[in-house]
Write a protein of this length. Structure first.
Length: 91
């Protein structure tokens, strides 16, 4: 599965270490002309808004390091499929 990582000034360390076993991954310092992939990890500083087309959903907002925040976007169909197999636990 293709994963795209987008962060200004390559500010995504240590993700290359953690994701080193992924075979289809790309790294960008800005949002590319075609940013869409099944999974996208995007620096919050880029204000990408990749869920506006309604094809993807932002499923998480994470702190990678102090003052470095990332947004996780997943293709809507892929996310719905994952939720069907892993339903949320009741409170």
């Amino acid at each position: 599965m293709l994963v795209k990582v987008m962060a200004q000034d390559g500010d995504y360390w240590p993700l290359p270490w953690y994701l080193r076993n992924l075979r289809q991954i790309g790294w960008w310092e800005q949002v590319p002309a075609d940013p869409y992939a099944p999974v996208m990890i995007v620096s919050a500083d880029l204000h990408a808004g990749l869920d506006e087309k309604k094809t993807h959903v932002m499923v998480g907002y994470f702190q990678l390091r102090p003052q470095v925040f990332l947004e996780l976007y997943v293709d809507l169909n892929l996310w719905q499929s994952w939720l069907a197999k892993h339903p949320p636990k009741p409170d």
